[in-house]
Ligand binder design. Structure first.
Ligand SMILES: Nc1ncnc2c1ncn2[C@@H]1O[C@H](COP(=O)(O)OP(=O)(O)OP(=O)(O)O)[C@@H](O)[C@H]1O
Ligand SMILES: [Mg+2]
Length: 531
C-alpha cells in the first residue's frame, strides 16, 4: 500500500471566500443526506462532487492498493481482500460491474469496473459517521525492453491484462482512524468474505511423470526446476458430501471431536500464549470401513479447510517432503492415509544413523524398501523418505511453518506404528473408529431411514455386539435397493445379515474348538457379509 497526499482536487481554481462557504455548506448538507440514507437517491455523481467540494476546506489523502505487488506476478492479498470486502456494496451501489466465477456454479463475484466508486461509512469513536470513498482504476501492464511482457509460466494471458488498483480517499483529519482501524478491519472482513466464497480444494502430490524412465541426475535436476517453478501439488475442487450430521457415531464421541475442532480453530491466541505451533495431529485408527476417510471429509467440511492428501510413496526424499509442507497453505488438513502401508516406516528410527532426516544423503543411507500391501501387489515407487523425515515433517522445526493446520494420519494397524510417530505433539488426539455399536446403528437408522425407533431395533441391539460389523456394511444394508424398500425391509435385511454373521461365527468357534484352538488365540472375527 502506498499513501500519498492528494492536492486539492480543484487546484488552480480561485478558492475565494464564497466558494469555501458553498463547500462547507455542501459538506454539511451532504452529511445530513447520508444520515437520512438519501445518498443513493441523490446518486453517485453527486457523491463525487461532494468529495471534490469538501476537498476545498479539508484536503484528501489516498491509499492505493495494487493488484500485483511490486510489479511482480504475485497477486496482492490486500487487493483481493479489499475486492471481497467491496463486493457487496459494489453489487448494491455501482452501475457498471465486473463479474467472475464463484464457488457456487450459479453465482458470480462482482466488483467495480474502472472509474466506478463506492462510499463506505465508518463509525468513529465519538459516534459520528465518517465517509470514505473507494475508486477502481487500472493501468496497462509493464513492458520489458524487448517489447514483451513480464512474467512467465502460469502468467500467460494474465501478464497482458491491465493491472488494477483501488484507491481509497479520506479526509486528512480521519487519517488515524482510517489507517489504524478501518484498513485492518476491512482486510479482516474481506478475508472472511473470501473464506465464504472460496472453493475448497483437494490437493494430491501424485506425480504425473514416469520417474522410472528418467536418469537419476536429470530427474533430480528436473524435480528442482519443477518445485521452483510451480506447485508440487495437483488440485481439484473438494466436493465431499459428508458432514458431521451424516457421519454416524456415538453422539457423545462426535460432540467431543467437534468441540476439539472448535477449540483448535479458535485457538490462535492460546497457541501463541503457550508458544506452540498452531497445528494439531489426529490419528484415526480402526478396521477398514469404519469411517476414517469419511471422518476426514467431515472435518474438512466442518472447518472449511482445504485437504492435502499426501501420497508418501510418491515423495522421493525427505527434502521433497519438506518442500511439499512448505507449499501447503494455512487452514488446511494434511492427510496421510494408511500410514502403516505408505512406506516401511515402522520401527526404523534407531536404524537411521544420525537420524536428523534433513538431507537426501541421510535419506539415501537409510532407504527403506517399499513393503506392505493390502491384498496383493506391493506399493511401487522409489521413495527414500525415512521415518525420521516424517517425524520432522509432523513435529520438527519446519512443521511450525504456516498455521492453522491439521495433520491426520489414518491406519488399520495402530500397533505397527512407531511410538514416536504417535506421541502427543505429533498425534494429539487419537480416535478409534470401531465396529458398529448400537448407538452408531441408531444414528445410521436416523440418517438412512429417518426412524428413531422400530420394533426390529431390539434384535439389532441383541445381535450387534455378537459380531463385528463395520458402519460401511450397516450403511449398505440400510440403503434401499428398490423403490419398494421401506424402513422395515432395510432393517429386516440388516437383521438377516447379523443372524447369518452370528451363525458363521458360532460355526467357526465350534470348528476351532474341534481343532483345539481356544477363543483367546483369536484376535477378532471380522464379518464381511457381502463377500
Ligand atoms: N460412521 C460412518 N457414518 C456414515 N457412513 C460411514 C461411516 N463409516 C463408514 N461409512 C461409509 O462407509 C464407506 C467406507 O468408509 P471409509 O472409506 O471412511 O472407511 P475407512 O475407515 O477409511 O476404510 P479404509 O481403512 O479401508 O480406508 C463410505 O462410503 C462411508 O460413507
Ligand atoms: Mg480410508
Amino acid at each position: 500500500m502506498e499513501a500519498t497526499t492528494s492536492s486539492s482536487l480543484l487546484n488552480g481554481l480561485n478558492s475565494g471566500v464564497v466558494l469555501s462557504l458553498i463547500a462547507v455548506l455542501w459538506t454539511v448538507v451532504w452529511q445530513n443526506l447520508q444520515r437520512l440514507q438519501l445518498q443513493r437517491l441523490v446518486g453517485r455523481h453527486m457523491n463525487r462532487h461532494a468529495r471534490r467540494l469538501a476537498a476545498l476546506v479539508d484536503p484528501y489523502l489516498s491509499v492505493t492498493i495494487h493488484e500485483y505487488e511490486g510489479g511482480r506476478m504475485k497477486r496482492s492479498a490486500a487487493f483481493e481482500e479489499v475486492k471481497a470486502y467491496l463486493s457487496a456494496s459494489s453489487a448494491r451501489d455501482v452501475r457498471h460491474l465486473r463479474a467472475e466465477g464463484a464457488k457456487d456454479a450459479d453465482k458470480l463475484v462482482l466488483s467495480m469496473v474502472d472509474g466506478e466508486e463506492v462510499s463506505d461509512v465508518i463509525a468513529a469513536d465519538d459516534n459520528t459517521d465518517v465517509t470514505v470513498w473507494w475508486c477502481a482504476y487500472s493501468t496497462p501492464p509493464p513492458r520489458t525492453d524487448g517489447g514483451g511482457y513480464y512474467g512467465w509460466g502460469g502468467g500467460g494471458g494474465r501478464a497482458q491484462e491491465n493491472r488494477r488498483y483501488y484507491r481509497l480517499f479520506f479526509l486528512d483529519r480521519h487519517r488515524e482512524l482510517v489507517i489504524n482501524t478501518y484498513l485492518p478491519s476491512i482486510r479482516r472482513q474481506g478475508r472472511a468474505v473470501m473464506v465464504q466464497n472460496r472453493q475448497r480444494k483437494l490437493f494430491t502430490n501424485i506425480s504425473t511423470h514416469n520417474w522410472s524412465d528418467v536418469d537419476g541426475l536429470v530427474r533430480s535436476a528436473w524435480s528442482h526446476v519443477v518445485s521452483y517453478m510451480c506447485s508440487l501439488w495437483t488440485e481439484v475442487v473438494f466436493k465431499h458430501p459428508k458432514t458431521f450430521e451424516t457421519l454416524a457415531m456415538d453422539p457423545e464421541k462426535k460432540r467431543e471431536i467437534i468441540d476439539d475442532l472448535d477449540m483448535f480453530k479458535n485457538g490462535k491466541e492460546q497457541h501463541r500464549r503457550v508458544g506452540k505451533a498452531w497445528k494439531r495431529g489426529y490419528l484415526l485408527h480402526g478396521p477398514p470401513g469404519t469411517g476414517k476417510s469419511t471422518m476426514v471429509a467431515a472435518m474438512a467440511n466442518y472447518l472449511g479447510y482445504d485437504v492435502y492428501d499426501m501420497e508418501l510413496t510418491s515423495v522421493h526424499t525427505n527434502t521433497d517432503l519438506r518442500k511439499l509442507l512448505i507449499q501447503t497453505t494455512s487452514k488446511s488438513i494434511i492427510v496421510i492415509e494408511d500410514v502403516d502401508c505408505s512406506s516401511n516406516l515402522t520401527g526404523r528410527r534407531k536404524a537411521t544413523g544420525d537420524g536428523d532426516g534433513d538431507d537426501d544423503d541421510d535419506a539415501a543411507k537409510t532407504t527403506t524398501k517399499k513393503v506392505l500391501d493390502r491384498g496383493g501387489g506391493g506399493v511401487g515407487g522409489d521413495s527414500k523418505v525415512t521415518l525420521s523425515g516424517l517425524l520432522n515433517f509432523i513435529d520438527g522445526l519446519w512443521s511450525a511453518f504456516g498455521e492453522e493446520r491439521l495433520i491426520v494420519l489414518t491406519t488399520n494397524h495402530v500397533e505397527d506404528l512407531d511410538p514416536a510417530l504417535i506421541r502427543t505433539g505429533r498425534m494429539d488426539k487419537k480416535i478409534e473408529m470401531s465396529y458398529c455399536d448400537f448407538e452408531t446403528f441408531k444414528s445410521m437408522a436416523k440418517i438412512h431411514l429417518d426412524v428413531d425407533d422400530h420394533e426390529m431395533f431390539a434384535a439389532v441391539e441383541r445381535l450387534l455386539p455378537e459380531v463385528d460389523l463395520v458402519p460401511a456394511d450397516v450403511g449398505e444394508h440400510l440403503t434401499a435397493k428398490n423403490p419398494r424398500d421401506d424402513a422395515g425391509a432395510c432393517l429386516a435385511r440388516l437383521v438377516n445379515a447379523l443372524q447369518e454373521a452370528k451363525a458363521n461365527k458360532d460355526a467357526a468357534e465350534r470348528q476351532d474348538e474341534d481343532n483345539g484352538v481356544f477363543m483367546d488365540d483369536l484376535n477378532t472375527y471380522t464379518v464381511h457379509p457381502f463377500n
